[in-house]
Design a protein around this ligand. Sequence first.
Ligand code: NAP
Length: 327
Amino acid sequence: MNVETMRMEGIPVAVSRIALGTWAIGGWMWGGADDSASVATIQSALDHGINLIDTAPVYGFGHSEEVVGKALAGRRHQAVIATKVALEWGEGGVRRNATPARIRLEIEDSLRRLRTDYIDLYQVHWPDTLVPFEDTAAELEKLRIEGKILAVGVSNFSPRQMDAFSVATRLAAVQPPYNLFERAIEADVLPYAREQGLAVLAYGALCRGLLSGRMRAATTFDGDDLRNADPKFRQPRFAQYLAAVEALSAFARERHGKSVLALAIRWILDQGPTVALWGARRPDQLSGIGDAFGWKLSAQDMEDIDALLERHVTDPVGPEFMAPSLR
Ligand code: NAP
């Protein structure tokens, strides 16, 4: 398989344009996880040539990072690890905290859990407006100079916030929500990233599984699975999104002989300096990786897809329900 790759500021190797997302592997908010399947999934991603692995301390409150560390034991050199910083958890739930002191604490915990002495890409998980962006950035710059991290990224930041942040360090990447159904960044973050030479790690590439083609009106989710609270998975909107997926499936099959999942990933890759963050928790979920590479959507395809989405999703809603609170 010919994996498409790109360069990222500060990272010495080319990174795959599909990254494995490991939120579900942490279990929390995804109805639990099976660790041996998770380890096999991470190793299968590497076997497919996917070297970028995205995780975060908050995913399972350390568990996702631990499982990533376990899976990469002996294979660390094959992986580009992207993790995050600046969310704390406790009795009050999950809150943003990007103080320099919090960062110092978290970096050591992440290095230990990931069984490594450096992190390739260290990303501020959510903007913390109670701390000057410059102070957070300056602390990350210190970590970079110390060799604990190779590159700095941010997630869920606006261009204005990235400008303030960039005063004290060089940004390599931004990680916003981006998929066929969630396109707010086209108005600001995407053009900004193109202009500034940032990589865009598009999260929720499959819109939490909606774009996998597996969902049916009768599909239900276990336990604390966040899709129980996701407004896209509630009727009457769920029916609109399912109808759009059906139309996209027919389009992908008839026009390109591909699955809707491959189309969803390809669509992200054809938008610019993007990496598609694909969340998976079983190796079989990654078997279609090769179908996303080696072809392109034309300008006409893009127009037809937009028209199709407009026709079916008459009451769109964004991913805002996922935002954690400030302190
Ligand atoms: P996603 O990639 O849109 O969807 C993941 C879900 O899709 C999986 O858990 C799985 O659900 C389903 N799926 C995957 N492959 C499939 C296949 N081949 N067939 C059928 N179903 C399939 O969602 P995501 O995990 O939310 O986002 C991806 C990654 O982005 C995360 O893991 C995380 O690394 C990152 N992220 C970052 C932020 C942030 O604030 N920075 C926020 C969200 C996500 P089931 O197994 O349940 O079917």
